[in-house]
Each structure stands twice: as C-alpha cells, then as structure tokens.
Design a protein. Structure first.
Length: 331
C-alpha cells in the first residue's frame, strides 16, 4: 500500500462520510517510515489546506506527526492555531496530531514550543501552551504560572490544562485553586473539572464557596466534583450541606449534578426525596440512577423507586423498574 492509496480514499470521500477507514493504511505508512512518503505527505498537506479540506488535512497531519515529529511540528502548530482562530470543528484532530508529534523527540519539540509561549499571536500561544502540556517539565511551571495570570481568559484556561495533575504537583494544585476565583466563568469551570478527579478532600472547602457562583455551567460541574472529592472523608458533612443547596438550584442541570454528587458521597441519600418529583425528567433520571445504586445498602430507596417506576418519562421508568427487578431474590 502507498500514499497514493490513502490519497485516493480522501479524494473519493472528501468529508469522510463513507465507510472506507483510512487509519489502518495511515498507520501502516507511518510504520514503514519512508522519507519519500514524508516529503509527499508535506505536499499533500498543503494542498488540502489550500482546498480547505479538513478531512485530508487532518489525515496528513497525523501521518506527518508519526513520520516527521519535531520537523513538522512548527507547521502543525500554526495550522492548529489557525483552526482555533477560525473556530474550525476539526481543530481537535489537529491538536491530537500536535501532541502525537511531540512523542518521538521531546527535547527537539521543546525547542520549537518554548519560544512561542510569548508569541504575539494569542492563538499560536494557546497552541504552544497546550503542546507544552504533552511534555511538561518542572521548569515549565513558571511560564505556565505567568500564562495563568494572562489578561486573555483563553490563555489562562489553556495554561491550566497544560499543568500536571494536581495530585502530582502541589504548585499546580495551588494555581488551580486560585483559578476558582477567576473573573471568567469558563476558567472557573475548567478549574473545577481539573480538581474533580485527583485533588485532596480539603479542596471541598474551596469548592463549596462556588455554590452561589453566578454562572450556571460552573454550578453544573460543581455537584459531582464536591461529591467525588468528599467521598469517605471528613468533608462529607460540609459536602452534603453544599449539595443540598445545589439541589434547589433553578437550573435543572445543576440539580442533576447535585443528585449525582450525593450519590458519590457514599452516605444514605435521604436528601433525594425532595427531587423524586422534580419538574425536569433529566433530574428524576439522575435520582433513579443514584437510588438504584443505593438500594442494596439503603432500603428506603425501594418505595422511592417504585414511585419513579410509574414516572411519565420512559427513561426514568426504565431505570427505576430495572433496579427493582434486579433487587428481587431469584425464584
């Protein structure tokens, strides 16, 4: 198989809507590692960029990331920056190709990326910051700290995403906790999500301060984050009180998140009684799911599930009914 075979798939199906899967061939070409393939792929990449064929551009970007690594990284970074600038739906694939390009020779890639952290183009800076996250070193904390205080909220949000996991570096943890007070809602949202999976239980004391956040997307992700971090710790009472506040939120997505957060706490979900008749079926479905999981250890869940098994929404009925059936002793 040759590059021509891959190009034929793309050119016959320019939007990738048919069944031909180009990825096995792409991986085969990359494994062969022929220099001539890389040279031709560079030419085809530029052709697809000129034709505004995102499907072909993405495939060539992935192929070149595997074949050329640091050599093609400057071009891929600029293409990714252009995708961010244009709001291109295919930008995610370019971002993945950029990350892939860093694997073969991280030192050479760092030499490409580090000078771009101060570039005058904010989109190129974002691309460089995100790429730095793929090859983070301890010395990168200071430029990321500076970016996390940038006037541009998108730069700040990207810098947070480039940090190491908060449980691995206390300095990263401190930066993300500080971002919970950022003036931009999407930065605060990102901070909550980053803390939700690996922060110590003490982070609950910071998260509960956001229960009155003016932005509903922040409050939506807050419930599960609080429940996950407080579970089986001494922060359970504080968390339960905060989740009780979110259960009465005017936004249904926030109430559903609070329901799931209570399910994660590992305590009897008595507070869910108030949401069994919630006006939004999405919230009632979340209640049914949590009660289904709690039923083996919390018998009061049974009458609540029986009530939900007669709900007007089929998803709610199915979840509750399945839980009741599965809890019945085998005959």
């Amino acid at each position: 198989m040759t590059l021509a075979d891959l190009l034929r798939i793309v050119d016959d199906d320019p939007d990738g809507s048919r069944d031909d899967d180009p990825w096995p061939l792409l991986r085969e070409l990359a494994a062969a590692g022929a220099p001539a393939t890389a040279a031709s792929a560079r030419t085809e990449l530029e052709r697809y960029v000129h034709e505004r064929n995102g499907y072909g551009r993405n495939l060539m970007a992935h192929l070149l990331a595997r074949l050329s690594g640091a050599d093609v990284l400057p071009r891929l970074l600029r293409l990714y920056a252009d995708a961010l600038r244009d709001g291109d739906d295919d930008g995610e694939q370019l971002g993945m190709a950029v990350g892939l390009a860093t694997r073969a020779d991280p030192p050479a890639c760092r030499a490409v990326v580090l000078p771009l952290l101060d570039d005058g183009d904010p989109y190129l800076r974002r691309a460089a910051l995100e790429t730095l996250g793929h090859m983070f070193e301890a010395s990168d904390l200071e430029p990321l700290r500076a970016a996390a205080a940038d006037p541009d909220p998108e730069i700040r949000r990207t810098a947070l995403g480039a940090l190491p996991a908060v449980h691995l570096d206390p300095r990263a943890y401190a930066l993300v906790v500080t971002a919970l007070r950022d003036p931009d809602a999407w930065v605060r949202d990102q901070a909550v999500l980053l803390l939700a999976w690996s922060a110590p239980p003490a982070v609950v004391d910071h998260l509960v301060e956001l229960t009155a956040d003016p932005a509903w997307p922040v409050r939506t992700v807050l419930g599960e984050a609080i429940g996950r971090r407080a579970a089986h710790s001494d922060r359970v009472p504080v968390a339960a009180a905060a989740l009780g506040v979110l259960l009465d939120d005017p936004e249904s997505s926030v109430r559903a998140g609070a329901v799931r957060g209570l399910g994660l706490l590992g305590v009897p979900p008595d507070a869910l009684r108030s949401r069994v008749d919630d006006p939004d079926w999405w919230v009632r479905a979340a209640v049914a799911g949590v009660l289904a999981a709690a039923l083996p250890r919390w018998p009061p869940a049974r009458p609540l599930l029986a009530h939900l098994s007669e709900d007007s929404n089929p998803t709610v009925r199915a979840t509750a009914s399945a839980a009741l059936r599965n809890s019945e002793p085998a005959s």
